[in-house]
Design a protein around this ligand. Structure first.
Ligand code: IPM
Ligand code: MN
Length: 322
């Protein structure tokens, strides 16, 4: 059976690393049908929308989406909405899985992906002097993300850490914490503990080996996933999966569009390739994906996107006989 994969390179180095990931997928010989679609800030400038309807239709008709990056302007640009946030919302991709694995660290961050400070409920008061963001936390979203994290922990080292800031955000984090601890009771096989997010950041730096799976709310997960990526070899090696209750799921490197190096052929393709391998896990090719992952992690970035991709393909051929 063939699976349909929509490729969205997006902006900046997305244009360089997604073709690299596709080359690796083709080399692995998995029966995939690729379709190409566009989204991002460049698309917004050309077509007036960052996520055109035709892209959405192609995504709806696929099993998985492999997404490169989008540039997000720091200030407000009239009419521009981040396509990655829109895709997460449209497909209700509530679980953002962000693994980091290197010497002395093997952590999976399970980030809630649909609410929290990403609810879009933000406003500037009329006087222009006060800005307010609403942090939405629901029992339903908390329950399903903690359940997803527990399921992941069962397949790993059976340790789960709930990360929150319930000492200050008594209602929002309080609810997340309460529901999370309740859900975790259904998993007596797991060793479950909790940490305040600031302490978690400190402990991640000082003693990363104490962690296995971390589950947390949207913005904390965003920040901590860059932190663990930094601990585990940098953003060049950080993949992610955005998964909902049903297909399509979306896979993307954590690194973003990197405008400073875009267009020069020097981007590290390994995060995109590792994201493509998470996609293979999702599509049911776990054994092949694990074997390929070992090869990718053992291959250094040469400084050239193309040469690194070729080196990975050559090793895959030699070591996996693909
Ligand atoms: C990420 C990114 C996105 C996020 C941005 C581009 C909206 O930082 O995937 O981590 O904040 O989720
Ligand atoms: Mn981020």
């Amino acid at each position: 059976m063939t699976h349909t994969v929509t490729l969205i390179p997006g902006d900046g180095i997305g244009q360089e690393v997604i073709p690299a990931a596709r080359a690796v997928l083709e080399r692995l010989g998995v029966p995939l049908t690729f379709q190409q679609a566009e989204a991002g800030f460049g698309t917004f400038q050309a077509r007036g929308t960052a996520l055109p309807d035709d892209t959405l239709r192609l995504c709806e008709a696929s099993d998985a989406i492999l997404f490169g990056a989008t540039g997000s302007p720091l200030g407000r640009v009239e009419g521009y909405h981040s396509p990655i946030l829109a895709l997460r919302r449209h497909f209700d991709l509530f679980a953002n899985l962000r693994p980091a694995c290197a010497d002395g660290i093997d952590v999976l961050i399970v980030r809630e992906n649909t609410e929290g400070l990403y609810s879009g409920r933000e406003r500037l008061e009329d006087d222009g002097q006060t800005a307010i963001a609403e942090r939405v936390i629901t029992a339903r979203a908390s329950r399903r993300i903690v359940r997803a994290a527990c399921e992941q922990a069962l397949r790993r080292c059976r340790r789960l850490t709930l990360v929150h800031k319930a000492n200050v955000l008594r209602e929002t984090c309080g609810l997340f914490r309460r529901v999370g601890l309740e859900v975790a009771q259904d998993y007596p096989e797991l060793h479950v503990d909790e940490l305040l997010v600031d302490t978690a950041a400190l402990m991640l730096v000082q003693n990363p080996a104490r962690f296995d799976v971390i589950v947390t709310t949207n913005l904390f997960g965003d920040i901590l996933s860059d932190l663990v990526a930094g601990l585990a070899g940098g953003l060049g090696l950080a993949p992610s999966a955005n998964i909902g209750a049903s297909p399509p799921a979306l896979f993307e490197p954590v690194h973003g569009s990197a405008p400073d190096i875009a267009g020069r052929g020097v981007a590290d393709p390994r995060a995109a390739i590792l994201s493509a391998l998470m996609m293979l896990d999702y599509l049911g090719y776990e054994r092949l994906a694990s074997a390929a992952r070992r090869v990718v992690l053992a291959t250094a970035h040469t400084g050239s996107t193309q040469r690194t991709t070729e080196a990975i393909c050559t090793r895959l051929e030699r070591e996996l006989h693909v």
